[in-house]
Design a protein around this ligand. Structure first.
Ligand code: NAP
Length: 523
């Protein structure tokens, strides 16, 4: 199938920098060859049009479907079942039944299945990456990076499955022995967002499955295909039916699917990644059955550059931290605070680096670094933040406006103040707003003023300052002279309204385990 693209230029910023934008008007699954028989698989052959429950590909009981749209072209990629509360309840019952046998498997058996799953994901990494770019829009190189990152969580929890140790407590009475067992919780309900359609699933589901739990997962409306492809590979790896179930639903049914997961008595755990607003609803709904809840919610990350910083390293750190996934990550720098001594130099260098390194376009085009935003609502929000900043006195140094379709020019704003929306709300787009500060105390106060507390970053070469600020930032994650810090080995979780609990690391599996104190008497 051929495709056409329209190429146009946009004048941005005060230097009239010209950025080339490709807007594709046809479905880009044309880059994903049609299914063929034989051993060699291609991305289309991983594109499933049914949900995955009890090891089978199933439609919604209602027969309803919804379309999945490529955010770059606006083209329809395909359609998947639009499931509702009834389908979700069915999946919960299946997962509960599967739990009765999965919890009896040994850690070594669960580890083996996970390891095989990781191997298959590595074997099919190119197909998974293409599917991800087609449904989410991120550049293919970033999609490949996410698949590798997602697979690393499967490997990590394959290893962690074998390290769930209980405790023997020194006895208080000679006739007693006291111990602590760790046992799987049961069925875990999960809801994931569109910005990491692969890794947000493996980070949660593999911790649960490694612990001996079973899973019912609802992926975002925008990105169900990556979730379904992971199911196929899990099944190929020997994951028994019912251990991993994916219920697809449109935005119209998201609330009822979520409510069923939160309120159903057979579900023992809710794990959610998404907006703080929805996280609060789920937390409230889970109260009725007193479920254990993990929440990975929105951020508003400060990125502080002190006078003592290596400015080039800070610029490099900011480029990755701000513009990865077109600014659509929860740990993206949202407010950039720069000390007055280096403010002008820093703004200038960031602008020059943006000119040199950023290219807006379709995720499948060579050299694209900035794909589309997920949908037009996201573009409206980003434009709203820029317009609000400009009205309140910010200077547009680069970009500042939407392009055709869901694209937005990478934007640099200077003279930003705390009163602007881009300072107080998560923008979730390619906008770098730069505020000026005088003292370390002032920077830390501004950084901590928000109710979010996910990630924070700062650049400094002063050792005392590094210790002080790392300890003072009220965030669950701190990057010191680093803009990209997430790895499966380290805990990922927010403070304040950014969440509850941790994912990844040696702590992640605990979220899916009960502690049981056993006291043996009459010894
Ligand atoms: P969202 O609207 O909260 O959606 C996330 C998921 O929740 C989607 O699957 C969505 O389904 C579902 N959902 C929406 N309303 C629901 C409801 N009433 N009940 C149950 N489920 C519901 O978030 P988003 O805007 O798509 O994602 C971006 C947000 O996620 C940002 O705030 C970002 O910071 C946060 N995030 C956090 C982390 C982290 O680890 N802390 C990681 C990534 C993203 P539909 O797609 O069908 O609407």
């Amino acid at each position: 199938m051929s495709f056409m693209f329209r190429k146009f230029h946009s004048v941005i910023g005060q230097h009239h920098k010209r950025i080339t934008v490709f807007t594709l008007h046809q479905l880009r699954m044309d880059r994903v060859p049609a299914a063929t028989a034989g051993v060699t698989r291609n991305a289309s052959s991983f594109k499933h049009e049914n949900a995955f429950i009890d090891g089978k590909w199933v439609p919604a009981a209602s027969g309803k479907t919804f379309q999945v749209i490529n955010p770059s072209t606006g083209g329809v990629i395909g359609s998947v079942p639009d499931m509702d509360a009834q389908d979700t309840e069915e999946a919960i019952k299946v997962a509960y039944k599967a739990f009765q046998t999965w919890k009896e498997t040994t850690a070594r058996e669960r580890s083996g299945v996970l390891r095989k799953w990781a191997e298959l994901c590595t074997q099919h990494k190119d197909e998974l990456a293409k599917l991800l770019t087609a449904e989410m829009g991120k550049p293919l190189a970033e999609a490949a990076g996410e698949v590798a990152y997602g697979t690393a969580f499967i490997e990590w929890f394959a290893e962690e499955a074998r390290r769930v140790y209980g405790d023997i407590i020194p006895t208080t009475t000679n006739t007693r022995r006291m111990l602590v067992l760790k046992q799987p919780l049961g069925v875990a309900g999960m809801i994931t967002p569109w910005n990491f359609p692969n890794a947000m699933i493996t980070r949660k589901a593999c911790a649960a499955i490694a612990a001996g739990c079973t899973v019912v997962l609802k992926p975002a409306e925008d990105t169900p295909y990556s979730a379904l492809a992971l199911c196929e590979l899990a099944s190929m790896a020997g994951m028994p039916p019912g251990v991993l179930n994916v219920v697809t639903s449109s935005r119209d049914h998201a609330a009822e699917v979520g409510k069923m997961l939160c309120k159903h008595p057979l579900v023992m755990k809710i794990s959610f990644t998404g907006s703080t607003q929805v996280g609060k609803i789920l937390l409230e709904q889970s109260a009725s059955t007193v479920k254990k809840v993990s929440l990975e919610l929105g951020g508003n990350a400060p990125f502080i550059v002190f006078d003592s910083a290596d400015v080039d390293a800070a610029v490099k750190g900011l480029m990755g931290c701000k513009f990865r996934v077109s600014g659509q990550t929860c740990v993206c720098a949202n407010r950039i605070l720069v000390q007055e001594g280096i403010y002008d130099k820093f703004v200038q260098k960031v602008a020059e680096t943006m000119d040199r390194e950023l290219k807006v376009g379709d995720g499948f085009e060579d050299g694209t670094t900035q794909g589309p935003l997920i949908n037009s609502k996201a573009v409206d929000k980003v434009q709203g933040h820029v317009d609000d900043a400009v009205i309140k006195g910010a200077t547009v140094v680069r970009g500042g406006k939407r392009l055709d379709g869901n694209f937005f020019l990478p934007t640099l704003l200077s003279h930003v103040t705390q009163e602007m929306r881009c300072s107080s709300e998560e923008t979730f787009g390619p906008v770098a707003p730069i505020l000026k500060f005088k003292t370390e105390e002032e920077a830390v106060a501004i950084a901590n003023v928000t109710s979010s507390g996910l990630a924070g970053y700062f650049f400094s070469q002063n050792l005392s300052q590094i210790w002080r600020v790392a300890e003072q930032l009220e965030t669950g994650i701190v990057g010191v002279n680093e803009g990209l810090v997430s790895v499966p080995e380290s805990p990922f979780g927010g403070w304040k309204e950014s969440g509850l609990g941790s994912e990844g690391s040696k702590y992640g599996i605990d979220e899916y385990l009960h502690l049981k104190y056993v006291c043996m008497g009459g010894i």
